[in-house]
Write a protein that binds this ligand. Sequence first.
Ligand code: GLU
Length: 492
Amino acid sequence: MVIVPVGEKYPGARIGPMYLRLLTVTLALLLLLPGCARQDSLQHIQSSGKLTVVTRNSPTTYYQDKEGATGYEYALAGLLAEELGVELKIKTAFNLDEIFQQLQRGEADVAAAGLTLTGQREARYPHSAPYYQLTPQVVYVAGTYRPRRVGDLVDMSIVVLAGSSHAESLHALREGGMSGLEWREIPGADSMELLELVDSGEAQLAIIDSNEFSVQQSLYPRLKVAFDLGSQQDMVWYLAPDADNRRLQARIDQFIERLRADGTLESLREEYFGHTAGVSRISSHTFTRNMRRALPPYRDLIREVAEEYQMDWHLLAAIAYQESHWNPEAASPTGVRGMMMLTLPTAREMGVANRLDPGQSLRGGARYFKNIKRRLPKDIYEPDRTWLALAAYNIGMGHLEDARVMTERQGGDPHLWRDVMERLPLLQKIKYYQNTRYGYARGVEAANYVQNIRHYYSILEWQDIPDTKPLPPMRAGDYLPRVVKKLDLRAL
Ligand code: GLU
């Protein structure tokens, strides 16, 4: 923009040339600024063809599983990118402050990281409509002193994530008169770290979101909720402060509304936060009942497929039971389907056209399993080879490799399922997964997955005898997550 030296053109003007010049420059700047600095972010996303989202690597937000990236926020952000017809680019931050710094620097369009709507954040960042409700919870070790209300928190050692909504609440309480309130702010992006401190006795209490606690709780059976800190809060996405976000914000709000109305929000909630009790809910009784009722119609088919793939049919049957309870129409909200619960990409890769066809599903699963088994290092021998392949089938080759590397580092034998199984749960602990190649993974689930299949497998083998023979005696809860119970994670 060329600034015309107006003062010289209008020598007789009552306002002196200097003032005129200043006025013109100011006006020009005012006109220019909104145009260049405050770009319309929706337009920018659409013209660049990508939506950049900053999040954190944690079980409630974003992590890698056997199919690649997953997590509640990742799923939501992916749906938005799809709707906008652009590519999703994920950036991760290692602590909560960094998430906001990335927004501030304009390095991301949206922060989607399990972030609570707070007064301070609201004053600084535009945000979306709420898409999830959570309650902050005070967590303690059962059997120790249990605080029951805010007043009881004084003189207790409390940990929260640095820069978190909970730190903000504690500041507000202290400013509101609770002068004896003290706490430590732990840098990091995963509240698991806090549970670790409480479980090991380094802190008495942690304050974390209800959804995060429910996902992590299975790893810390001694930890309980002391009380809810305040009422329900909203989880929102934050937007970059230095952009014109009005259209993007409206678009996101519309998107959230649609997901709420068509049930997607609820399905995702169930998928990512409601699964925790999954494995332990399977009881011996259910298995034996299903073996009598649901297996017979598929027994021959399973045998036939197993033979084609030179597998023990009991093993294939055990995997299919673990996946779907032998239900050919099983489905999960994330789009996994059929007797072997194949994802669409895996099904395609394995040449499965119809995942609901039990024969195709079994063939796809068997083939996928064999592929994985073949890819394992040659010097892993049976039966460990089968168990390790099953773990990879569940959690992905990359994460299994991480667990094997960790096993070796800790002096275990990475060729043995027993040794690797003990390390799998560590993939859920930030202290360990931050030094791995593929990061967080649901290791407990993978360990239980394999243990369950082994158990079903042995019962099926046992039962492959005339129907007149009685079932072996079993107690309910026989194969509940023994892995978790047996392991003392703190000792590792
Ligand atoms: N929701 C929290 C926040 O917005 C982060 C998770 C937690 O600290 O439990 O800061």
